[in-house]
Write a protein that binds this ligand. Structure first.
Ligand SMILES: CC(C)(COP(=O)(O)OP(=O)(O)OC[C@H]1O[C@@H](n2cnc3c(N)ncnc32)[C@H](O)[C@@H]1OP(=O)(O)O)[C@@H](O)C(=O)NCCC(=O)NCCS
Length: 168
C-alpha cells in the first residue's frame, strides 16, 4: 500500500471510493466543494493505493474556530476506504499519514465528527475537554479533537464549518 497526495487524474477514482464507502453521494460532493474553495489543502488530500488502484482517500481542510478571535484549524472529513479493503489498516494509515503532515505544517489541532472507537486510537478526545464546542447537537463523545505539537490554549471556542459543508 502506498499513500500519496491526490492528483487531477485521481478524482473519478476518489469519487467511486466515497460513494461505495458511504453508500451515497453527499461526501463526494463535499470534497468537490472543498476543492473549489479557499479551504482546500493539496498536501492534506491523500489517496491510498494498492497495485496502482485508489482504495482509500482522506481530506483535511480548513474550518473556523471562533472565540474572541477566529482561528483556522483542520477539519478531518471525509475518510473512506473501498468496502472490500476495509479493516486492513488502510483507514488508520491514512489518518496517521495526515496527522504527521499536519504536524510538519505546524497546524495546531484537528477536529472530527465520527466514531470514537475508530478515532480514540489516534489520540482524539472529546472536544469539550479542550473547551471546543460543536455547531451541531451531537453526543459529546462523537465530536473530537486531536491537539498537535503546535497546539496552544488559545485554540478554543465554537467550530464553524465553511459553506462547502452545507452539502452534507
Ligand atoms: C471508517 C473507515 C474509513 C475505516 O477504514 P478501515 O481501513 O476499515 O480502518 P482500519 O482497518 O484502519 O481500522 C479498522 C478499525 O476501525 C474500526 N472501525 C471501522 N469502521 C468503523 C465504524 N463504522 N464504527 C466503528 N469502528 C469502526 C474497526 O472496528 C477497526 O477496529 P479494530 O482494529 O479494533 O478491529 C472505513 O471503514 C470506511 O470507509 N467506512 C465507511 C465510511 C465512513 O464511515 N467514514 C467515516 C468514518 S467517521
Amino acid at each position: 500500500m502506498n499513500i500519496r497526495c491526490e492528483t487531477l487524474q485521481d478524482h473519478s477514482a476518489i469519487t467511486e471510493v466515497k460513494v461505495l464507502a458511504f453508500g451515497q453521494e453527499n461526501e463526494a460532493r463535499l470534497v468537490e466543494e472543498i476543492r473549489r474553495s479557499d479551504r482546500y489543502i493539496p498536501e492534506l488530500s491523500l489517496v491510498a493505493e494498492v497495485e496502482n488502484i485508489v482504495v482509500g482517500y482522506i481530506l483535511f481542510s480548513y474550518i473556523d474556530l471562533v472565540d474572541t478571535e477566529t482561528l483556522q484549524v483542520l477539519g478531518l472529513a471525509p475518510v473512506a476506504v473501498r468496502p472490500e479493503f476495509q479493516r486492513k489498516g488502510i483507514g488508520s494509515a491514512l489518518v496517521e499519514a495526515g496527522l504527521k503532515i499536519a504536524d510538519t505544517k505546524k497546524e495546531a489541532i484537528v477536529i472530527v465528527l465520527g466514531h470514537p472507537q475508530f478515532y480514540n486510537r489516534f489520540g482524539f478526545q472529546p472536544s469539550v475537554n479542550y473547551q471546543i464546542t460543536s455547531p451541531f447537537p451531537v453526543p459529546e463523545d462523537v465530536f473530537m479533537v486531536k491537539p498537535l505539537k503546535s497546539y496552544q490554549q488559545k485554540y478554543r471556542g465554537k467550530v464553524v464549518y465553511p459553506p462547502a459543508f452545507e452539502t452534507v
